[in-house]
Structures are given as structure tokens and as C-alpha cells.
Design a protein around this ligand. Structure first.
Ligand code: NDP
Ligand code: MG
Length: 387
């Protein structure tokens, strides 16, 4: 494993889908896991602490954190808790690379703290870039750290761009599975339940991103993420529904060439690449059996029905705090939908209203981002209260 054995990593969101798969990669390559963070799943976090013996661990929930601290008092792991503790851990961890696999805007401050402490970032938390893209990029530049994408599409684009000279990128083909409701009409979508939306055809992921995949909000967030990561204009990104989820995205070059990255739908490859870049090693994920896949299909997304995608594209074109507004509204709306308080199509309606309600600004701070996020969430709660 060359220079990478013993690589020092921290995982924020270690108990989630990306977090546990990051630990698979860490286990395989004997990385040193310096720090772990979760929200409240202390049963799993305790197991992880006992297996990986990190120096520090933080729990967002104070109540859960207090219990965990007692439970692992026999280990050498120092446990802290609360929102501030998560941000402090991100800055103070001994790790060189912080994997951010927290879900939602809650990931933004820890990302900024880690960058300002000169840590490289392996970023799964797309909401970090959607809400704080400009600020994050500035901090990355000032601190001379690496920001490596974990999101499968963005990892694919990043992989395709290796060896492509500057100025040769013309556009991006951002692939989408289409989610569980591809081909359905608005009429059919009116009555879908959370359990239907939680059944993703190809990927096993956390609840929030699974709902985002069903509404195509996830693809909208990914367009915004790609604009920030690859310095392209929204108009240069084409969303392609590719039901098989084997082509993880492609780049279009000025000479007409198109380079794609393929693989089994398994996040451990993009996670590992973000940790070992530019090197490549065996990965704990299945090989692609291309004959089993047999056929590739490519279709246009239905933006009339799945309105979140269009709202995100409008948000990034308008810029400022609009992306934060659509993201915050969506985070609240997804929670309300999972709790049975609103219908599936209401998510798109809430996101569209938040986009409308947010005014255009040129410059903003982290505090402005959180104020815009709060306003968008309140709009979502008001909408649900009036149903
Ligand atoms: P999960 O819901 O499975 O996991 C989220 C993790 O974050 C859990 O460990 C959770 O802890 C922790 N967490 C949640 N809120 C906080 C908080 N406020 N402070 C500290 N920790 C917190 O999500 P996923 O792994 O699916 O997704 C994580 C991120 O990666 C998202 O931004 C998602 O969009 C992105 N992503 C995910 C992909 C996937 O395949 N899953 C693919 C591409 C991107 P606890 O368990 O205690 O609740
Ligand atoms: Mg993705």
C-alpha cells in the first residue's frame, strides 16, 4: 500500500452509509483512524471506537454523547459532544485528511474548520459546496489544501479529467439513475409514500439522499456541486438519465472526444480514490461484470414532473444565497415528508417557493448562509402547517 499505509484520517459521519464504507476502505488499507464523529448512533460509534481506537470522537447530540463518554471510559478515546465539539474535532484531529460524510448543511462549518486547520478534505457532504461553495473554495486556496470529491459522479468527472490539459474541457455529462419514480406522472406521484421513495433501484444510501434521488433534487444539488468543483457554467452540464448506474459521469472535450468512468455502483471506489489520489489500489468493492449489465440507456430527465432539478439550476444561475435557500427548504421538506406531514410533490413546491423568496445578493458570509437556511426552513414549516 506504499505511502498510504497508516494514512491518518478522520471520518465525520462515521455511522452513516458513506461513513461505514469509508471504514471498510480504512480497514482494508490499514489507515490510522484518528477521529470519528456521529450525530446520535452511539451503539455503532462505540463498536467503531473499540475496533479502530481513535484518539478523539465527537457526538452531535449532547445527551447521547454523555452516555457514550461513560461507556468508553475504559478506552483511550477522548469523547466530546455538542455542535461546537464536532467543529472543534474537525480542526484539532491529528488526521491529515478529513472525510466529511455528515448529511446536510450541518457539514459546512466542520468542513471550513478542517480546511482552515490545513487538512485535506474528502468531501461526500455535497451540501457543503451547495451552500458555501465560494467560501470553501477561497479557504482551500488560502490554505493550500486538497478538496477531493467523494460523490460518485464528481469522482468520475475528476477521474476522467486526469491528464486532460487545461482548457480542453467543453462540458460534463452528469449521469442520473432517475430514481425509483422515473417515468411516473405527477398524478401518480401525488400519493407515493416515504417507503416507496426509500426504495432506490441501484444504490444503498442514507434516507435523505435517497429521497433526494427520488425527487431529482440530488441531481440538482450535484449540478451546483459540479459548477464549484470544476469551474464550469451550469449550461455546460447535461443531466443524462442512465438507468443502469454503471457510467458514473463523463467529460466532453473540445475535440469531440468523450471520456467516461464506469464501475459497479459501490461508493467504496470513489471514497478510496479520494484518499489515495493519484494512486490506485485494489478496492473492497465488486468488479464490474459488463456482460451482466448488457445494455446502456440514455434519456433526458423529465424536468416538468421533477421540478427540483430545474429549481437548483435556476438557483445556481442566479447565484448568491439562492442555492442555500433551495437546499435548506429541501432539507426541511424531506424531513416533513418522511414524517408524513407533506406529500411527495410538496417537496418540489416548497423548494420552488424558497427559490422565489430568497433575494439575490453578491457577497455573503457564513452567518448569512445560516440565516438564509433558517428562513427557507421556516417557509417549509409554514407551508406544512397550512396543509
Ligand atoms: P447517512 O444518513 O447514512 O449518514 C449521515 C452520517 O452523518 C451519520 O453518521 C450521522 O450520525 C451523521 N450526522 C448527521 N447529522 C450530523 C450532525 N449534525 N453532526 C454530526 N454528525 C451528523 O447519510 P449518507 O452517508 O447517505 O450521506 C452523507 C453525505 O454524503 C450526504 O451529504 C450525502 O448527500 C452524501 N453522499 C452520499 C452517498 C451515499 O451513497 N450514501 C453518495 C454520494 C454522496 P448518526 O448515525 O448518529 O445519525
Ligand atoms: Mg452522486
Amino acid at each position: 500500500m506504499g505511502d498510504f499505509m497508516g494514512k491518518k484520517i478522520a471520518i465525520l459521519g462515521s455511522t452513516g452509509s458513506i461513513g461505514t464504507q469509508s471504514l471498510d476502505v480504512a480497514r482494508k488499507h490499514k489507515f490510522e483512524v484518528c477521529s470519528l464523529v456521529a450525530h446520535s448512533n452511539i451503539d455503532l460509534l462505540e463498536q467503531q471506537i473499540r475496533e479502530f481506537r481513535p484518539k478523539t470522537a465527537a457526538v452531535f447530540s449532547e445527551d447521547a454523547g454523555k452516555i457514550l463518554k461513560q461507556r468508553v471510559a475504559d478506552t483511550d478515546t477522548k469523547v466530546t459532544f455538542g455542535a461546537e465539539a464536532v467543529v472543534e474535532l474537525a480542526a484539532e484531529t491529528e488526521a491529515d485528511t478529513v472525510i466529511n460524510a455528515i448529511v446536510g448543511i450541518a457539514g459546512l462549518k466542520p468542513t471550513l474548520a478542517a480546511i482552515n486547520a490545513k487538512k485535506d478534505i474528502a468531501l461526500a457532504n455535497k451540501e457543503t459546496l451547495v451552500t458555501g461553495g465560494e467560501l470553501v473554495k477561497k479557504a482551500v486556496k488560502e490554505n493550500g489544501v486538497k478538496l477531493l470529491p467523494v460523490d460518485s459522479e464528481h469522482s468520475a468527472i475528476f477521474q476522467c479529467l486526469q491528464g486532460v490539459p487545461e482548457g480542453a474541457l467543453k462540458g460534463i455529462l452528469l449521469t442520473a439513475s432517475g430514481g425509483p419514480f422515473f417515468g411516473k406522472t405527477c398524478e401518480e406521484l401525488k400519493s407515493v409514500k416515504p417507503a416507496d421513495a426509500l426504495k432506490h433501484p441501484n444504490w444503498d444510501m442514507g434516507a435523505k439522499i435517497t429521497i433526494d434521488s427520488a425527487t431529482l433534487m440530488n441531481k440538482g444539488l450535484e449540478v451546483i456541486e459540479a459548477v464549484h468543483l470544476f469551474d464550469v457554467k451550469p449550461k455546460d452540464i447535461t443531466v443524462v438519465v442512465h438507468r443502469q448506474s454503471i457510467i458514473h459521469s463523463a467529460v466532453e472535450l473540445v475535440d469531440g472526444g468523450v471520456i467516461a468512468q464506469l464501475g459497479a455502483p459501490d461508493m467504496r471506489l470513489p471514497i478510496q480514490y479520494a484518499l489515495t489520489y493519484p494512486e490506485r489500489f485494489e478496492c473492497p468493492c465488486p468488479d464490474l461484470d459488463i456482460f451482466k449489465v448488457g445494455t446502456f440507456t440514455f434519456e433526458r430527465p423529465d424536468i416538468e414532473t421533477f421540478t427540483c432539478l430545474g429549481s437548483c439550476i435556476k438557483a445556481i444561475n442566479d447565484g448568491g444565497l439562492k442555492p442555500t435557500a433551495v437546499n435548506g427548504a429541501n432539507e426541511a421538506a424531506v424531513r416533513l415528508f418522511l414524517d408524513g406531514k407533506i406529500g411527495f410533490l410538496d417537496i418540489g413546491e416548497i423548494v420552488a417557493r424558497a427559490l422565489e423568496a430568497q433575494c439575490v445578493v453578491d457577497t455573503f458570509t457564513v452567518d448569512d448562509i445560516f440565516a438564509a437556511d433558517k428562513a427557507a426552513r421556516e417557509l417549509a414549516y409554514d407551508f406544512a402547517a397550512k396543509l
